[in-house]
Design a protein around this ligand. Structure first.
Ligand code: CU
Length: 230
């Protein structure tokens, strides 16, 4: 087993070169033996060069806790998560013990979106969130609203937006990270993002849920977006 931790090519070449002379036991015992390495290695690659470091890469130690910031968009009816470069993350994955900062906005809150890092703001404003809702339904992330709620999706979006011109209560959302008790109101007309900072102490997959009545698809605005790994 010890030999499997080493670079496999090195192990194989050692095996080929040393089976006759030393036997398999000798190879295993030469975990860091310079005699075997010097004999097995090409003359232009001494045993103590970086090429002898693969043990570190293969290590199975748990990932160290990190400090992670991610940006969250609430839309009708779902959640999208981005890193600081504006790259969308299917799931935010962090090692257990990490300190997580979620910076969240409503997709209508243009002034709050402007406060985000430029790449994030540009990505968010480039996305057609109604198209995203239709895509979500096609992909099964939300059910067919006509079947589930008796309202076709397009009509449901109009209801939620109250004709787009009013400050309708259905335009707001609130983010709850289920199981962690982390919650923030996401005002459709807010001028600042909501910031939530918390430490994740237990492994698991955590769901983002909307806790603000936001129209016909509200009950389906839930996605597993945070994965805490050990
Ligand atoms: Cu809602």
């Amino acid at each position: 087993m010890r030999i499997s931790r080493r670079n496999s090519l090195t192990a194989i070449s050692m095996l080929a070169l040393f089976t006759a002379a030393c036997g398999a036991e000798g190879i295993v015992e030469e975990q860091d033996g310079t005699a075997a390495d010097e004999a097995a290695a090409p003359t232009d690659e001494p045993a103590d060069e970086p090429g002898e470091e693969p043990v570190e890469e293969i290590g199975t130690e748990p990932a160290e806790p990190e400090e992670v910031t991610a940006y969250v968009v609430a839309y009708h009816w779902g959640w999208a998560v981005f890193d600081e470069d504006g790259t969308e993350l299917e799931v935010l994955e962090v090692p257990v013990g990490s300190e997580v900062e979620l910076v969240a906005v409503n997709d209508h809150a243009s002034h709050a979106i402007e406060q985000l890092p430029t790449p994030v703001a540009e990505t968010i404003t480039s996305i057609d969130w109604h198209d995203r809702a239709h895509h979500d339904m096609e992909q099964g992330h939300i059910p067919d609203l006509e079947e589930a709620e008796g309202v076709p999706l397009g009509e449901a979006l109009s209801i939620a937006h109250d004709g787009h011109d009013h400050v309708g209560p259905a335009q707001d959302h609130a983010l709850l990270v289920a199981g962690l008790g982390i919650e923030a109101f996401l005002d459709a007309h807010g001028d600042q993002p909501a910031r939530m900072v918390f430490t994740v102490d237990e492994e698991g997959s955590y769901e983002f849920r909307c806790t603000e009545e936001c129209g016909p698809g509200h009950d389906h605005q839930r996605r597993e977006k945070l994965l805490v790994t050990g």
